[in-house]
Design a binder for this molecule. Structure first.
Ligand code: AHG
Ligand code: MN
Ligand code: MN
Ligand code: MN
Length: 348
């Protein structure tokens, strides 16, 4: 008699974007276009997911043999995921400018592509993306993901570099899909954060995590502490404070969790709270994470979930980028925890 049947009134991502709770861009024309763009991104995530799942079986593991503009060795799945996204976003007819981690230059949609099998229409949106995040984890079967951020071209613009070299606070939507024990797509259109889980049998993302809110504080810190030798004073002092709480304080030492895929570390942080960081240090003067397609989308999601995202001294979403592959230091997570970290920078 305590039987509770599974829901038969499921909310798919498509249904949710079309009908419910979404405060899409004010003009209705724009909102229709954004819906189509999001549908296209949803499909790319399913396509990438299906390749990730069978990568070991179809020779998709390992290096592709090229280096990207950041000097990283590309994995086969980096290259494949990038092609999937570029093709789908071009085909959507809703994109004007694309910026990918794996392409040196921005792509301007509408320019004739040699070797392309279809004509592409130009749209009003710019999509910045990390087609596959966590490449170093691929071959070990550890969680990886796709990150994206979306801008609407400026009034009167036909889509140029200035439409993507903008502070993250001007994004109209951002999200990621994590390929983990399940595929989870997490999305904001500036009206809170929702999480969807892929039901592989029906091929739809289903709303499973409505209105994600970060706890005010967490008990986890997530940082590559192996870089400690290079860290600056405020980071070292903060880490010390959470590992060795002052005697007599009610605080317990924090737990360490670091996956090394930003998508997975941020996903856990959004759900459990705590702090994730990739600081600048004596070796990397701007840190490692890329502003446009890693720091901005994740900071937008964090703020929309009630958290804080900072370089340590500045709100990330306020930064004006000058180059598409620019890096910046990142700390994000629960408000209380990130504010504690910031207090060590202020003491300097
Ligand atoms: P990508 O695989 O897209 O190049 O990104 C890797 C990033 C990010 O996923 C992660 O947070 C970070 O690299 C991990 O870096 P370390 O191995 O230096 O900790
Ligand atoms: Mn990379
Ligand atoms: Mn990445
Ligand atoms: Mn990547």
């Amino acid at each position: 008699d305590d039987y509770s049947p599974p829901s038969t009134d499921i909310i798919t991502l498509t249904r949710h974007v079309l009908n419910d709770g979404f405060n899409l861009a004010k003009s209705s024309a724009a909102s229709g276009d954004l819906t189509i763009l999001l549908a296209s991104l949803q499909t790319t995530c399913k396509f990438i997911e299906s390749n990730v799942r069978k990568a070991s079986l179809i020779n998709l593991i390992g290096a592709a043999g090229n280096t990207n503009v950041q000097g990283e060795d590309q994995k086969k799945l980096d290259v494949l995921s990038n092609e999937i996204m570029i093709n789908a976003l071009r085909a959507s007819g809703k994109a004007a400018v694309l910026v990918s981690e794996e392409n040196d230059e921005a792509i301007f949609v509408g320019e004739k592509q040699s070797g392309s099998s279809f004509e592409t229409n130009k749209g009003k949106y710019c999509v910045v993306f990390d087609p596959l995040d966590g490449s170093s984890n691929i071959d070990a079967g550890v969680n990886i993901g796709t990150i994206f951020g979306i801008y609407l071209v400026k009034d009167g613009s036909k889509g140029d570099l200035s439409d993507v070299l903008r502070p993250g606070k001007e994004m109209v939507a951002a999200g990621y899909c994590m390929y983990g024990s399940s595929a989870n797509l997490v999305l904001t259109t500036g009206n809170g954060v929702n999480g969807y889980t892929l039901d592989n049998q029906i091929g739809e993302f289903i709303l499973t995590h409505p209105n994600i809110r970060l706890p005010e504080r967490g008990k986890i810190y997530s940082i590559n502490e192996g870089n400690s030798a290079y860290y600056h004073e405020p980071v070292l002092k903060y880490l010390d404070s959470i590992k060795f709480p002052k005697e007599g304080s009610s605080k317990k030492p924090y737990s360490a969790r670091y996956i090394g895929s930003m998508v997975a570390d941020v996903h856990r942080t959004l759900l459990y709270g705590g702090i994730f960081g990739y600081p600048d240090d004596k070796k990397s003067k701007s840190g490692k994470l890329r502003m446009l397609y890693e720091a901005f989308p994740m900071s937008f999601l964090t703020e929309q979930a009630g958290g804080v995202a900072t370089t340590g001294t500045q709100r990330i979403l306020d930064i004006q980028p000058t180059e598409i592959h620019q890096r910046c230091p990142v700390f994000l997570g629960s408000k209380g925890d990130v504010e504690d970290l910031m207090s060590f920078y202020k003491q300097q």
